[in-house]
Design a protein around this ligand. Structure first.
Ligand code: NAD
Length: 701
């Protein structure tokens, strides 16, 4: 199928790229561009060539559907096209609308001139996938717009708009609505002026863009990149390329770009970031719920409970323009909840990220109430009341009696059985779990809990809604804790065993934070409140009297050390200060508990700490996959990346296990089981893990 159109407008050849949705530069499109350029060069009546795309996109870059396929490497490559255009004996003008990103931008930079439409986005986002622009972008962009702005764009991946690109010198001209007419007129002027064909490769980078001098500029930039992107190698490599663009001849700079690109492609961090990118896209696919499953319209919402979670959930809806009726039992709680939401917005306004008018517009979308009748017409209602089955029962029975037919009844429960909650109603097909993470207006994860009777249309609607409110929806089956918290329970148990064997909380937190978690288990506990886990353990472990777990967290709570809210938890806190200071009280408590258990503390390495915590996650993840609670290993990874502060450059727990190799994972677990203080049951490989390891397979295909 041809993906380019060729036509001649007088003496101007117009080649139009047409590979929806964003002109990804896949093999067929590259063949089309190559043929179009050659045809225009061979046609004697053509004096100049305009290369353009659609209104939506000049080109969004590489065609991700071709990633990892041999087609991506087939000739003509993007490099071939760039060489053909740059060295063409007739002037080539890029007519750019919509977006020019990545390889699409590099293609435009190869043209002799660029004419754009206002509003167009120009960027090089490769760094987001742990890569760098590998088709000359790092060498041509600084020559076009100066080192400072090019460095910023390449290192952050953030695009700029055409208006700014014009002032920086990227565009030769911006046109009004008729881009093609403007580009053709521009082309004729170029021909009239002698058909000059300026090539960015022949320019040098303007020293004006580096006030203070080249060396000082790059020293400061290096320092900034080093501090800002710990664990991510790509931004520093991007910097090295831009530095080469400034300091070396073009062809030398291209060699630097090529060799650093090759290094990054093979790096674990880039593989992890690419895995994260594709996994996010995969998470919205549900095997038995096809894309064309009918959805219910969601134009209004209701939230029950204006506490920590209810407030954040309300903000998500109103940020997306969906009005919310917010219900509480008591006026005081309602007022407090609404005031907290207002304060959140006002803080955003104070930082200049929102106007006061916008604050009022958002607040006007909330209708506070204490009467169920006021929510009866909402398209979806999310319950966020106390985590207590009796309270949930009352709420869902009332919802069943009041909500209009077809309304989706969602629960934000973090541990309770969604099927039992559904059974409180006569419409279990309308009931679903929407497990938000705290703070709900910030965290991107939404675990969408599919009950045994949840309707497919309800599931499809909720997954689509998650996108609308800018969350990443991941489906989980029903079980205690769902995917994320069921796994974190094993991680927490293991963290407790580490304390018993000799670690301090700060040692465990330090090791896992240096490895790539935003927060270690003990700092996390202090932030969330250690009493929350205490309550859950009291409920859960009553049913499992034989389960071994460290009592240290219970002992901590018995001391009243709930965390930051009591200024004392695993750490000590000073009033008005969130800094965690090592606690002598905790140290003494741990020493007493070790003595009671007859354990002589030993020095445990960071590597052991990290692997014990991570493999605790991995083994439970394997179990969840086997039980069908998680649809795919990559869903588990996304849950950890978007809800639990797992560093994106690490790719998630299941990706980590794949990177180690599953036979190695099993071997390390065997080693842990041999520890005299270990609970051997803990380290028995889940059947799926054992099977895949034996077959030499991976979790992620
Ligand atoms: P919270 O105590 O901060 O808020 C609960 C609110 O519900 C209170 O304002 C209370 O007045 C109100 N409420 C209680 N019973 C009610 C009723 N019958 N009708 C109307 N309002 C009622 O609790 P939270 O932390 O927001 O948790 C709410 C739910 O979200 C729980 O199911 C919890 O497990 C779940 N959850 C909490 C977190 C978290 O980190 N806090 C994370 C995910 C899920």
């Amino acid at each position: 199928m041809t993906q380019t159109h060729y036509r001649q407008d007088g003496d101007i050849a117009v080649i139009t790229m047409d590979n929806p949705p964003v002109n990804g530069l896949g093999f067929d499109l590259r063949v089309g561009i190559d043929a179009g350029i050659r045809r225009a060069l061979a046609e004697p009546t053509v004096t100049a060539i305009v290369l353009t795309g659609t209104a939506r996109a000049f080109s969004g870059g590489a065609d991700i559907r071709e990633f990892n396929s041999p087609k991506a490497f087939a000739e003509p490559s993007l490099h071939d096209l760039i060489g053909l255009i740059e060295d063409a004996p007739k002037p080539v003008i890029a007519a750019v609308a919509g977006l020019a990103l990545g390889g699409g931008n590099e293609l435009a930079l190869a043209c002799h001139y660029r004419v754009g439409l206002p509003g167009t986005q120009i960027g090089l986002p490769e760094v987001n996938l742990g890569l760098l622009p590998g088709a000359g972008g790092t060498q041509r962009l600084p020559r076009a717009i100066g080192a400072a702005k090019a460095l910023d764009m390449i290192v952050t991946g953030n695009p700029i708009r055409a208006e700014e690109a014009l002032t920086l010198g990227y565009f030769d001209s911006l046109t009004d609505a008729d881009l093609l007419a403007g580009a053709a007129a521009f082309a004729r002027k170029v021909v009239a002026d002698g058909s000059k064909r300026p090539r960015l490769r022949d320019r040098t980078v303007s020293p004006d863009s580096m006030p203070g001098g080249v060396d000082a500029f790059f020293a400061a930039a290096r320092d900034h990149v080093d501090k800002t992107y710990r664990g991510y190698p790509a931004p520093m490599k991007c910097l090295e390329c831009v530095e080469a663009a400034v300091k070396k001849p073009f062809d030398e700079g291209m060699k630097v770009e090529r060799s650093l690109f090759d290094e990054l492609v093979e790096s674990v961090s880039s593989k992890a970031l690419r895995h994260a990118f594709f996994s996010e896209r995969a998470a919205s696919k549900i095997p038995d719920v096809p894309d064309d499953t009918p959805q219910r319209p969601i134009r209004s919402a209701a939230v029950i409970g204006a506490g920590t979670m209810g407030g954040g959930i309300t903000m998500n809806f109103i940020n997306a323009g969906i009005p919310v009726v917010l219900l509480e039992m008591k006026q005081e709680a309602l007022d407090r909840g609404v005031a907290t939401i207002r304060r959140n917005y006002e803080n955003t306004a104070k930082k200049g990220r929102m106007t006061q008018e916008e604050v009022e517009q958002r607040m006007a979308l909330i209708k506070p109430t204490m009467t169920y009748a006021d929510l009866s017409q909402a398209d979806i209602v999310v319950e966020a009341v106390f985590e207590d089955m009796a309270v949930k029962k009352t709420v869902f029975e009332t919802l069943d009696a009041t909500m209009k037919p077809g309304a989706i009844l969602a629960s934000n429960t973090s541990t309770l059985d969604v099927d039992k909650i559904a059974a409180f109603t006569k419409r279990p097909q309308d009931v679903i779990g929407t497990h938000f993470f705290s703070p709900a207006n910030v965290m991107r994860l939404l675990e969408v809990v599919r009950g045994a009777k949840t309707g497919k249309d309800v599931l499809a609607t909720t997954m689509a809604l998650s996108k609308k409110i800018k969350k990443i929806g991941v489906v989980s089956g029903v079980c205690d804790g769902f995917i994320g918290n069921r796994m974190i329970e094993q991680y927490s148990r293991q963290a407790g065993f580490l304390l018993e064997e000799g670690c301090s909380p700060q040692q465990v937190d330090g090791a896992i934070e240096r490895w790539g978690f935003a927060m270690g288990p003990f700092r996390m506990g202090d932030l969330a409140g250690n009493d929350v886990g205490w309550l859950i353990r009291k409920r859960r472990y009553v049913e499992k009297p034989d389960l071994r777990y460290s009592k240290t967290a219970d002992l901590l709570c018995e001391l009243g050390r709930y965390g930051q809210k009591t200024s004392a938890g695993w750490y000590d806190y000073k009033a008005g200060d969130r800094t965690a200071y090592p606690s002598p009280v905790v140290e003494a408590m741990l020493a007493t508990e070790r003595a009671r258990l007859g354990i002589t503390p030993r020095k445990i390495s960071d590597e052991e700490i990290v692997n014990r915590l991570l493999l605790a996650l991995v083994n439970e993840g394997a179990q969840l996959l086997d039980e069908g609670i998680a649809l795919r290993a990559s869903d588990i990874d996304i849950i950890y990346l978007s809800g639990y502060g797992f560093a994106r450059f690490r790719g998630g727990p299941m990706f980590y296990a794949d990177t180690l190799g599953l036979p190695k994972v099993v071997e390390i677990m065997k080693g842990f089981a041999a520890n005299p203080h270990a609970d051997p049951a803990f380290w028995t490989p889940a059947p799926l893990l054992a099977r895949l390891a034996a077959e030499g397979k991976r979790f992620n295909a």
